[in-house]
Design a binder for this molecule. Structure first.
Ligand code: C2E
Ligand code: MG
Ligand code: MG
Length: 466
C-alpha cells in the first residue's frame, strides 16, 4: 500500500472512530496506526466496554479505499482509567501497556490496564533484548530426543529441540521464548543456527558409528521460516557444511503452521522435497479440520500429537481417533510417529495398532549432546519390562585417564568418545543401583530410563547446563 492509500485508510478509520463515540469524547491520532479516545462522563468500566465493543464492531467491516481496493484492519484496544495520582503521560502509557496485552491475547478486542501488565511488559522487553544477544553469546543449545521403531526397538532418529541457557533465568524451554522469537523475526537467524547445529552434530555422530548405519535428525520449523525466501538456501547450506545426506534431514512443520500456507510456502515445501529432504507434520490431529491439505503437501511423516497418545490410557474414544490417524497414514503411505509415549501400555497399544515409531519419556527424555554421545557409545536404552533397544553403534575408545575424560565431558562440546569413556570408568551411584532413575544433564526435569546417564551424573557433569 502506498503512502496515499495509507493516509486514506487512516482518515476512514478516524471517521469510523468519531462515529462510534459521542460528541463529548475526544478522538486523536497518536502516530502510526495508533489512536487515542478520551471518554468523558463515564459511570464505570461497563460504559468503557460498551464504547470499546462499538469501536471493534465499527472497524470490523472491510474498508473500501477510493481506489476500489478493500482492506480489513485488526483492532486492539487498551483501556486505562484516569487516577488522581497520574498525569497524562501515565494515562497514555497505561493504555498503551493494556493495548499490548490485548494484542497478545490473539483474539484482539480490548483489555483493561492492570499494574501487573506493566511488569509483564518490562519483562518481555528485557527478554527480547537478551534474545537479541543470545546467538552471539552462544547460549542456545540443542537437546536431542531419540525416535525409536516400536517394533524393532532400534533408535532410528533424533529430534533436535531448542534450549536457551539464559544468563539469569536458567535453562528455558521453547514455550518461554519461541513466540517472542517469532514476533521479532529473530526466529530466522535462530532457526538457521538450529539447522546448521543439528545437521553438523548428527553428521558427526553418524561418522562415529562404525556400523555403516545412520540416524536421521528432525528439525522444527516455524511459520516465519517457512515464509522466508532463504529457507531452501539455509537448508542446502546446512547440508553442504555438515555433509549430512538430505534424506537424513526431516523438517517438521506443525499442523497449525500449515494453516498459514500460501502458494509460495507450498512451492517451498516442494523445493525442499526436491532436494531429498523429508517432511513431517507435527502435532497432527490438533490443528486443522480439513484433511485436503494432505494432498497438497509432499509430506512423508505424520507425528501423532501427544493428546492422542494420552488417550490410549483412557480408552475407547481416543483410541478410535489414534487408530484412525494410523490408518490414514497407512492409506496415504505416510510413516506415523506417536509423540509423548510415557507408559508401557501406550507403547504396546501403538505397536498393536501398527504405528511405526514412537518418541517419549518412556524411551528417553530429550538429552543434552553429551548424553546423546553416551547413548551412542553405550548402545542401548532401557525400557522397563522390555528388551533393551539396540543402537548397533560400535563401542569406541576406552578411558585411559578418567580425569582427562571427565574434563572432556565437562566441556559442552567434549568429544563423544572421551565423554563416554569417562562413564565406563565409573560405577553407577547407589540411587541407580536401587532401581532409581537419574536425570541426565540438559533437560531440567529429566528422568531417562538410561543406565549410561548415571555415570555422568556421578561425575558431577550431570547437573550442568548444556
Ligand atoms: P514438538 O516438536 O511437538 O516437540 C515435542 C515436545 O514434547 C518437546 O517439548 C519434548 O520435550 C516434549 N516431550 C517429548 N516426549 C514427551 C513425553 O513423553 N511427555 C511429555 N509430556 N512431553 C514430551 P519442548 O522441547 O519443550 O518443545 C516444545 C515445542 O517447541 C516443540 O514441540 C516445537 O514445536 C517447538 N520447538 C522446539 N525446538 C524448536 C526449534 O528449534 N524451532 C522451532 N521453531 N520450534 C521448536
Ligand atoms: Mg517437533
Ligand atoms: Mg509435536
Amino acid at each position: 500500500m502506498g503512502h496515499g492509500a495509507g493516509d486514506e485508510l487512516l482518515a476512514i478509520v478516524g471517521t469510523r472512530l468519531l462515529n462510534a463515540t459521542r460528541g463529548c469524547d475526544t478522538v486523536a491520532r497518536l502516530g502510526g496506526d495508533e489512536f487515542a479516545v478520551l471518554l468523558e462522563h463515564v459511570r464505570g468500566e461497563a460504559d468503557a466496554v460498551i464504547v470499546a465493543d462499538r469501536i471493534v464492531h465499527a472497524l470490523s467491516d472491510p474498508i473500501t479505499l477510493p481506489s476500489g481496493a478493500s482492506v480489513r484492519v485488526g483492532t486492539s484496544i487498551g483501556i486505562a482509567r484516569v487516577s488522581p495520582a497520574d498525569g497524562v503521560d501515565e494515562l497514555l502509557r497505561n493504555a498503551d501497556v493494556a493495548m499490548y496485552a490485548a494484542k497478545g491475547a490473539s483474539r484482539g478486542g480490548y483489555a483493561f490496564f492492570d499494574p501487573s501488565m506493566h511488569a509483564a511488559l518490562v519483562d518481555r522487553v528485557s527478554l527480547e533484548s537478551d534474545l537479541r544477544d543470545a546467538l552471539d553469546d552462544g547460549s542456545f543449545w540443542l537437546a536431542y530426543q531419540p525416535i525409536i521403531a516400536l517394533e524393532s526397538h532400534e533408535v532410528l532418529g533424533i529430534e533436535a529441540l531448542l534450549r536457551w541457557n539464559h544468563p539469569t533465568r536458567g535453562n528455558l524451554a521453547p514455550a518461554q521464548f519461541i513466540d517472542l522469537a517469532e514476533e521479532t523475526g529473530l526466529i530466522l537467524p535462530i532457526g538457521r543456527w538450529v539447522l546448521r547445529e543439528a545437521c553438523a552434530r548428527t553428521a558427526e555422530w553418524n561418522a562415529q558409528r562404525g556400523d555403516g548405519r545412520a540416524f536421521s535428525v528432525t528439525v522444527n520449523l516455524s511459520v516465519r521460516q517457512l515464509e522466508s525466501s532463504s529457507l531452501l538456501a539455509d537448508v542446502q547450506a546446512a547440508l553442504a557444511e555438515s555433509g549430512l545426506l538430505p534424506s537424513l534431514l526431516v523438517l517438521e512443520i506443525t499442523e497449525n503452521a500449515l494453516m498459514h500456507r500460501t502458494e509460495s510456502t507450498v512451492e517451498r515445501l516442494h523445493e525442499l522435497k526436491g532436494i531429498g529432504v523429508r517432511l513431517a507434520i507435527d502435532d497432527f490431529g490438533t490443528g486443522y479440520s480439513s484433511l485436503s491439505y494432505l494432498q497438497q503437501f509432499p509430506v512423508d511423516i505424520l507425528k501423532i500429537d501427544r493428546a492422542f497418545t494420552d488417550g490410549l490410557m483412557r480408552g475407547t474414544h481416543d483410541d478410535a481417533l489414534t487408530r484412525t490417524i494410523i490408518a490414514l497414514g497407512d492409506l496415504l503411505t505416510l510413516r506415523t510417529i506417536a509423540e509423548g509415549v510415557e507408559h508401557a501400555r501406550q507403547h504396546s497399544r501403538l505397536r498393536d495398532l501398527g504405528c511405526d515409531y514412537g518418541q517419549g519419556y518412556l524411551f528417553s527424555r530429550p538429552l543434552a549432546p553429551r548424553d546423546m554421545e553416551v547413548l551412542l557409545t553405550r548402545g542401548f536404552l532401557e525400557i522397563p519390562g522390555e528388551a533393551p533397544i539396540v543402537l548397533r553403534a560400535e563401542n569406541s575408545e576406552r578411558a585411559e585417564d578418567s580425569e582427562r575424560a571427565g574434563a572432556a565431558a565437562a566441556s559442552p562440546d567434549g568429544g563423544g568418545a572421551r565423554a563416554a569413556s569417562a562413564l565406563e570408568a565409573i560405577a553407577p551411584p547407589p540411587a541407580a543401583e536401587a532401581g532409581g532413575r537419574v536425570a541426565p544433564r540438559g533437560d531440567e526435569d529429566a528422568e531417562p530410563p538410561m543406565a549410561a546417564a548415571r555415570g555422568a551424573r556421578r561425575r558431577g557433569v550431570g547437573g550442568e547446563r548444556r
